[in-house]
Design a protein around this ligand. Structure first.
Ligand code: SAH
Length: 463
């Protein structure tokens, strides 16, 4: 069975030969000078280039009014983000050398994770922050998942893949398209389905071997893919990896993000520490220590709570498959979570929390980590209202002195607005919270421009 997986460049559009000369209106010019990685459609004064209309992925060079070089990036004629800047201030040739260098730099910045003995799942490329605007790449053990957000990257992927091979030598590379890209006429058919997986070695030669379920480092397609033919039914494919000593599985093609929420890794670890600390402070208490994990996905926070000493953990999610994987995660980590009892409850979080309150349930910790409620600007008000409501529902289930962990993952909602909504939700329910910790982005999800900040998490005790 071929283990190395190769995106066939023949299915991708070829890179253009030409470069576009782009000139901007003054505000756009100022934004680019200040290092902002996006040039919006409305900032553009002119685009000049030979050989027909611009195509996605054409290299665009931005010049100032005196025709001096400002930046170079990838052009996307169909997107409001018209140019994704790859280098500002310094000239750079867009191609294999640049990608190779940038990937190396990104790995150096993550050295702590790269050499971590008990973590093999982390974000390698976080888009703009790593000089790859419109692209993210996560490592899961011996596999990587590339998520592409714009057709502008398609002609250049063939040059990125060898760099990935050189730096990481992955045994599997899965490529996912964002929803917008999957609909783009340029996306190869497999990508239009939202996923593309081919099975040749990245470097062109073949290797063989069998995946092993007992080795969390080995990618383990559960069905043997047919030799070199692209697999377009990737549903059973999972990538085993480790996170702070847990054996985990990411499902790039069925799951969310690239298959797992790596961005909450450090918050999960903090939860474990806090559970352990509260347990220690209250060592004479009677009754089991109980944790409720709402919007649990595949049970990340639940596992950490259990290892921290929780005796009963309840995971709640709308997704049955996510909860099945959460149960599997408990099974394969039994040696780590000991005798902790894990239950799952499938359903709408708002409804399930009301039901649990009506059943008289009480918890020592409640984790609330919903999906982004504000994908568009006009959804911000509704999202803040939902956060307030969730806080009220969570506190009805929390015992006095208990810990609330609530997160928001929308770049449109600032930390201040989020935290205010949580406090307002508490007050509205007749409670008061004492903040313990506010956290944001981890080392592998760096933030380099305002729109890049999306994750906020509050740890607070119920007074
Ligand atoms: N805390 C998780 C990530 C949560 S992502 C982790 O650390 O891995 C958000 C989750 O919310 C997804 O699993 C999604 O299935 C779930 N979800 C979305 N809407 C929901 C709803 N109304 N009720 C319950 N779960 C919901």
């Amino acid at each position: 069975m071929p283990r190395s997986i190769h995106l066939d460049p023949d299915t991708l559009p070829p890179p253009g030969e030409r470069a576009l000369a782009i000139r901007l209106h003054p505000p756009g010019e100022r934004a680019v000078r200040s290092g902002h990685p996006w040039v919006f459609e409305g900032s553009i004064r002119s685009v000049k280039g030979k050989g027909g209309p611009p195509r996605p992925g054409d290299v665009g060079v931005v010049f100032d009014r005196k025709d001096r070089f400002l930046a170079v990036g990838l052009f996307d004629p169909d997107s409001p983000i018209r140019l994704r800047i790859l280098s500002s201030g310094t000239q750079a040739e867009v191609g294999p050398g640049l990608f190779h260098h940038r990937l190396g730099e990104a790995l150096k910045r993550r050295q702590e994770l790269v050499s971590h003995p008990a973590t093999s799942g982390y974000r390698v490329l976080h888009g703009e922050a790593d000089g790859f605007s419109g692209l993210v790449m996560d490592r899961y053990g011996d596999g990587v998942v590339l998520k592409v957000y714009t057709p502008a990257w398609l002609p250049h992927l063939r040059f990125l893949l060898p760099a990935i091979h050189d730096h990481l030598a992955p045994k599997a590379v899965a490529v996912l398209a964002s929803r917008a890209l999957a609909r783009h006429p340029w996306a190869p058919p497999a990508l239009q389905k939202g996923a593309f997986l081919a099975t040749r070695d990245l470097s062109g030669d073949r290797r063989s071997g069998n995946g092993s379920a007992s080795n969390p480092e080995t990618p383990r397609p559960s069905k043997d893919p047919p030799s070199a033919a692209p697999r377009t039914d990737p549903a059973p494919f999972s990538l085993p990896f480790t996170e702070h000593g847990f054996a985990l599985e990411a499902h790039p093609f069925q799951g969310h993000k690239t298959g797992f929420y790596l961005d909450q890794r450090e918050n999960r670890r903090r939860l474990e520490e806090m559970v352990a600390r509260i347990r220690w402070e209250e060592n004479s208490r009677s009754g089991p220590f109980r944790v409720l994990n709402v919007f649990s996905y595949t049970g990340g926070f639940s596992l950490y709570a259990a290892r921290g000493g929780a005796q009963e953990v309840v995971s709640v999610d709308l997704s049955g498959p996510a909860l099945a994987q959460a149960r599997r995660h408990f099974e394969i980590n039994r040696h780590v979570v000991g005798s902790a009892n894990h239950r799952t409850r499938e359903g709408d979080a708002f409804k399930v929390m009301e039901e649990l309150a009506a059943e008289g349930e009480r918890f020592d910790v409640v984790v609330v980590d919903p999906p982004s409620f504000a994908k568009a600007r006009n959804e911000v008000g509704g999202a803040l209202g939902a956060y307030r409501a969730l806080t009220g529902l969570a506190l009805a289930l929390l015992r006095p002195g208990g810990l609330l962990v609530q997160a928001s993952c929308s770049s449109r909602i600032s930390e201040e607005d989020f935290v205010s909504a949580v406090h307002a939700g508490a007050r509205g329910a007749g409670h008061q919270l004492r903040e313990e910790l506010r956290t944001g982005h981890a080392l592998d999800h760096p933030v380099t421009f305002p729109e890049g900040h999306y994750l906020n998490c509050l740890f607070a005790r119920l007074e």
